[in-house]
Design a protein around this ligand. Sequence first.
Ligand SMILES: Cc1cc2nc3c(=O)[nH]c(=O)nc-3n(C[C@H](O)[C@H](O)[C@H](O)COP(=O)(O)O)c2cc1C
Length: 323
Amino acid sequence: MLSISTPVCELLGIEVPIVCAAFGPWEEVGLAAAVCEAGGLGSLGTAVRTLPELREQWAALRGLTDRPFAINHTTRPFDEETFQATLEERPAAISFHLAVPPDLIARAHDAGILWIQQVCDARQAAAALEAGADVLVAQGGEAGGHSGDVGTMVLVPQIVDMAGETPVVAAGGIADGRGMAAALALGAQGVLMGTRFLASTEMSVSDEWKQRIVGADAVDAVKALNSERILPPFNRPGSFGVPRSLRTPLVDVLREHPEQVDPAETVPRVTEAVLGGRGDEYLPFTGQSTALVHDILPAREIIRRTVREAEAALERAADAARP
Ligand SMILES: Cc1cc2nc3c(=O)[nH]c(=O)nc-3n(C[C@H](O)[C@H](O)[C@H](O)COP(=O)(O)O)c2cc1C
């Protein structure tokens, strides 16, 4: 029996306040289903995939679970046709990253869909609150994938102070129950984890990538500077974010000699690899929390262990604080 529950659980219709990240173009239907069935919130990304492929994923997920899940969109690029189809699909929530879009939030609410807005700084949080986002994900710069520069330890309490009754979920650098306990102590109502769930048995990325996550140190997860040479452009105002990735020859050359990367040759190669479930040889988006991941586990076990560890960490902290 999982025993950590906060008001965001009731809002999202979940049992435990753990959200699994959307992983852009990487296919994660099996993982999302496992997370939902274990009581958390599973997510599906939409980047780069065609609408027929996405519709197949949505149908497959609904075939595996009848629990709530989120469909994610970003601005790299934002695709109107896919967004409209998402509204018609009516997931419990739409999550969004890399910019705050008040017009899209209003359309989701008109369709009766909750809005989970991932934010990287206080300015984005203020815009999201103004636009009526239902949940804010305060994402620190430690995170895998795109993020800003503010660390989770500063961003979470800063956004909790701004958010009033709107629930805040912490993301970036959280891979175990100690991180979850810390997030709750900072005022968050839950956590969103990406890197930890990448190294799950259900995630469809290559074993090589999972093994690298298990073996890597935090300093191996670097900002993939100049990745605009090979990633799609942002296509909504106010967008920003630089991806964090494990180092590869491509990441190193992008950081040090971007002019040597020929987009015409590289983009098709990387896209094909990513859509084929690989991509670890080019841009394995991964956060600093890789240093805290020591094993590849089923999603249910990740959730169970994280909750147990968080309970123990909160008790230890309370004991330590007693005179
Ligand atoms: C491989 C990968 C792909 C990601 N793609 C997305 C995405 O498409 N949309 C999104 O909102 N966040 C995306 N993120 C960021 C996550 O939502 C989350 O903020 C991050 O994983 C949290 O940090 P952590 O990796 O330390 O847990 C991605 C993260 C990773 C690792």
